[in-house]
Design a protein around this ligand. Structure first.
Ligand code: SF4
Length: 333
């Protein structure tokens, strides 16, 4: 690990001031569950770190209004256990419970969870592997290499690394906005505009500037939340990242016809990935094994597998169908 300057912020404003003064080599430290790892691997080498870990105004959860509001410093474990989140938005709670380990969920924050970096083995493996994300312009060892974990959607000739998060897959399926504080004040963007596809600049992963801080994540409440589920398939059933996941929410009439559908898929794209065409394929239909399978097939139309990850297409279709089955049972209660 290399030497770096350290500053502890006591408010969001003082954090942004410290970020601005520090310049482009600065990083925000929240739960530390990703940043410390990457610094030890010499993948991240910030010249300075601004610690927002103890900023009280960031650490809250408010589910009392017409939105679910998660301060950027809210802990994953607390969000997963919140009674409103558990009972009315099981997809959100399950996506948090199925991520990481108990120890990590106690430390990791909402904002940090959104901004976690890929688990691509070549990215984390360091030299001698070519990696455009770690070392821009060096090439990509994963494309044409051991590509079992690569993405199927949002890929480019420069990078096909999977976005690793679970909770953001559930968030992208709902109407989620992110409030951000910078030197010029506050701005709000839809979650869909936070993460970038790699294009020819895979090292630039978000639209967040170095001197900006995520303040809170807001999710518009919807009756479809009760009929929701998060299904995640991975190589082992604990402490592993998704090979394929699906976050789905449905509202169903007493006749069984779907009136609202939200679908996000994870483990298969370079950013949190919503599939509106699959949602539209369900609306007006009853939830049957055939219609749920069809929605999965529509979700995976346009997938671009490589050599070793082609299995993710069929796996992903089945995961979408399974999540819809569970969500449909919950919606009917
Ligand atoms: Fe690096 Fe992306 Fe290629 Fe992985 S897929 S080696 S992260 S450029």
């Amino acid at each position: 690990m290399r030497p770096f300057a350290y500053a502890r912020a006591d408010s969001a404003e003082s954090a942004v001031r410290a970020l601005s003064e520090a310049g482009p080599g600065v990083k925000v430290l929240a739960g530390g569950t990703t940043l410390y790892d990457l610094m030890k691997l010499d993948i991240e080498a910030p010249t300075s770190v601004v610690d927002v870990h103890r900023v009280p105004e960031l650490s809250y959860i408010d589910t009392s209004g017409d939105e679910l509001v998660f301060g950027a410093g809210a802990r994953m474990a607390d969000m997963a256990e919140d009674p409103v989140v558990r009972n009315e938005y099981p997809m959100l709670s399950e996506s948090l419970w199925r991520a990481a380990s108990e120890q990590l969920r106690i430390m990791a924050t909402a904002g940090g969870n959104l901004l976690q970096r890929t688990r691509c083995a070549y990215f984390r493996g360091g030299e001698p592997y070519a990696c455009n994300k770690r070392n821009p312009g060096s090439g990509c060892a994963a494309i044409g290499g051991a590509d079992r974990g690569n993405a199927l959607f949002g890929i480019s000739d420069s990078c096909a690394a999977v976005y690793p998060g679970d909770w953001p897959i559930a968030l992208i399926a709902l109407d989620t906005e992110v409030d951000i504080l910078g030197p010029d004040g506050e701005r709000t963007i839809p979650l869909a505009e936070l993460h970038r596809e790699p294009g020819d600049r895979p090292e630039v992963e978000t639209t967040l500037r170095p001197d900006e801080l995520i303040l809170r994540i807001r999710v518009r409440k919807t009756p479809a939340g009760r009929g929701s589920a998060y299904v995640k398939v991975r190589d082992r059933e604990s402490y592993a990242f998704a090979l394929a996941s699906a976050a789905v929410a449905v509202a169903v009439e007493p006749t069984g016809v779907v009136t609202d559908a939200r679908i996000g898929i994870g483990g298969v794209a370079t950013r949190p990935w919503r599939v509106p065409a699959a949602e539209q394929a369900l609306i007006g239909q009853p939830l049957t094994p055939e219609s749920m399978r069809h929605a999965g097939e529509v979700a995976y139309q346009g997938a671009r597998p490589g050599t070793h990850n082609v299995f993710k297409v069929e796996l992903g279709i089945r995961v979408v169908a399974d999540a819809l089955r569970i969500a449909g049972e919950r919606a009917a209660r």
